[in-house]
Design a protein around this ligand. Structure first.
Ligand code: ATP
Ligand code: MG
Length: 334
């Protein structure tokens, strides 16, 4: 059976970008023809410094967010990356397969390292090799992600191809990225050229899944826009990144095409459109945040779900790692 793997970092609270670009689509793939495996990637989160207590909280809250959005821990495997050591073990092998030059081309590294790249962690640089290990430790065939992860997924394919070539095997599958929907790249509410991120220092730049109705309404009201009314066709949004972003969010939340949305809202002023968008966002997100808060009241239950998920994940990853070791020539591989 085709197998889906994807992950989210517990590097802060979940955003509307994570929800529309990733989680909502994780839920859609569950119970289809796919076996679904979803991971809280805490080892990726620590590529930039995380406060230990906040990391623990964010990991559990992410698990609660997964479940509250509709993932069923029985149907899908939900687990925390550091509880499955095969990820780091396979990542080392991939560190030795991937080339420095491949990593140097990664735009996420450049964005996150900023001007002083010499001071970035080695882990941040090697991040895409660990991501390849996350995926290939399960021989996953499909990876639902937002647009920003496209380059990393191409690198995952390159690593699989090079490994297979170097050792003359057809062992690792060539993974398909699944980047679909109206909101594969939700932009910052403050800057239409920057993606919405949970690690953005400005809380006004994003909608958090835990924001209440007032906060959501305020952030949308204050979202940067231009002074023109909305165009009557999607084509009219091409040169208007902020307007396009809000329309894309509306389309994704209401599960309509952008063209259908434009038929309804074309010609409107933002003064009319923004409150409509805020109501829709509150409608869709409030039940999730309420359920997240309820689940977070008992973190022992969440920890149990993660323990169980890790055990099931290991049952798949251990034989794949052992086979990899054997291919590479490690004594004792079984
Ligand atoms: P960070 O700022 O710490 O990198 P993030 O918000 O980018 O956090 P990640 O954990 O890196 O979140 O990514 C998790 C998933 O969410 C990935 O599939 C990523 O493509 C998707 N995603 C993140 N931001 C957006 C966005 N603005 N629009 C659509 N998808 C997004
Ligand atoms: Mg990110």
């Amino acid at each position: 059976t085709p197998r889906v793997f994807s992950g989210i970092q517990p590097s802060g609270g979940l955003t509307l970008g994570n929800y529309l670009g990733a989680m909502k689509r994780f839920v859609e793939m569950q119970g289809s023809e796919f076996e679904t495996i979803y991971c809280m990637v805490d080892l990726h989160a620590i590529t930039v410094w995380q406060d230990p207590d906040k990391l623990r909280h964010a990991t559990r809250e992410l698990c609660a967010g997964f479940i509250a959005s509709g993932l069923d821990p029985k149907q899908s495997v939900l687990f925390n990356q550091s509880q499955v050591p095969e990820h780091t073990q396979l990542a080392w092998i991939f560190n030795c397969v991937a080339r420095m030059g491949w990593m140097q081309r990664m735009t996420q590294f450049k964005d996150k390292a900023g001007k002083n790249a010499q001071n970035a962690s080695l882990g941040l640089f090697a991040y895409p090799a660990l991501m390849a290990a996350d995926i290939l430790a399960y021989h996953a065939t499909h990876v639902p992600v937002g647009e920003d992860q496209k380059q990393h997924l191409e690198l995952t394919r390159d690593i699989a191809i090079k490994f297979n070539n170097d050792f003359g095997v057809e062992f690792f599958p060539i993974t398909e990225p699944v980047i679909e929907g109206a909101a594969t790249r939700v932009m910052s509410l403050r800057d239409g050229s920057k993606k919405m991120s949970k690690s953005d220092p400005s809380d006004m730049s994003r909608i958090n899944l835990t924001d209440d109705a007032d906060a959501i309404a305020k952030k949308i009201r204050k979202a940067k826009t231009d002074p023109e009314p909305l165009p009557s066709e999607a084509k009219g949004l091409e040169e208007r990144p902020e307007a396009r972003n809000l329309v894309n969010i509306y389309a994704a939340l209401s599960e309509q095409s952008v063209d259908d949305v434009m038929r309804d809202v074309g010609g409107q002023q933002f003064g009319t459109f923004k409150p409509m968008l805020a109501d829709l966002a509150v409608d869709k997100l409030a039940p999730i945040s309420t359920e997240m808060a309820r689940l977070m009241q008992d973190t022992t239950e969440i920890d149990k779900i993660l323990d169980d998920g890790a055990e099931r994940a290991r049952a798949i990853a251990t034989p794949i790692l052992q086979k990899t070791y054997e291919i590479v020539g490690m004594v004792g591989a079984k």
